[in-house]
Design a protein around this ligand. Structure first.
Ligand code: G3P
Length: 217
């Protein structure tokens, strides 16, 4: 399973890129707004750091507007820019048009298998079911990811499924278990994934024992 960071914070993205495990980045207007920076500056910086797809949300409400935004973003970096398009009828039209122009798309805010099927048929590069937001309303978010992965794979469709709205490390474990192609993970969860108390105790003990070894004069 590939690992994307779900963030628009340059410091977080730069740090995780330095770990050598980062395959891409997803952003949304809420994440960009948290940075307090202009949208374009933020995305340009991310494109300079991440070696892989970078999802940028289109905010127009009609297909021509989404396509225009997508074309503008793609000019920044045609290989990396992935236009994030919300799941709706106008969004499907925009995905069809952008994919016909060779621009990558990520169909976002997907909450059902029918939505995922339509996004895949329209030519979406990525499909993003939101796990945490379903869990928030007492639905099993991960079951939806699993059903969408099965659907895409049983018809050999090209879209890759991104487990999105990840809230904790167990969401990542489950995403990998059910065969999600990608998980997009917030910085805090990525850090949590590195930690284990026995690792900390082990490192401490090895350091202490190393210090007891007589050093050559
Ligand atoms: O990738 C989608 C993500 O940014 C939404 O996460 O936690 O706002 O549901 P959340």
């Amino acid at each position: 399973m590939k690992i994307f960071i779900d963030s628009a914070n340059i410091d977080e993205i730069r740090e995780v890129a330095g770990w050598g495990i980062l395959d891409g980045c997803t952003t949304n207007p809420s994440l960009v707004s948290k940075t307090g920076r202009p949208f374009r500056d933020c995305i340009a910086d991310i494109l300079g750091i991440v070696d892989g797809p970078v999802s940028v949300e289109a905010v127009s409400t009609d297909a021509p507007g989404m396509v225009k935004e997508g074309e503008d973003w793609a000019r920044l970096d045609p290989d990396k820019v992935t236009v994030k398009v919300p799941m709706c009828i106008e969004g499907l039209k925009a995905i069809k048009s952008l994919s016909g122009k060779g621009i990558k798309t990520n169909c976002t805010l997907v909450f059902s298998q029918t939505q995922a099927l339509l996004a895949a048929r329209a030519g979406a590069t990525f499909i993003s079911p939101f796990v945490g937001r379903l869990d928030d309303i007492s639905h099993q978010g991960m079951d939806l990811v699993s059903d969408i992965v099965d659907l895409i794979e049983s018809y050999d469709m090209e879209a890759e499924v991104i487990a999105a709205s990840i809230r904790h490390p167990l969401h990542v474990v489950e995403s990998a278990r059910i065969g999600a192609h990608i998980a997009t993970i917030p910085y805090k969860v990525l850090v949590q994934m590195t930690r284990h108390p026995l690792t900390d105790i082990g490192i401490e003990r090895f350091q202490a024992d190393y210090n007891k070894i007589p050093k050559p004069r």
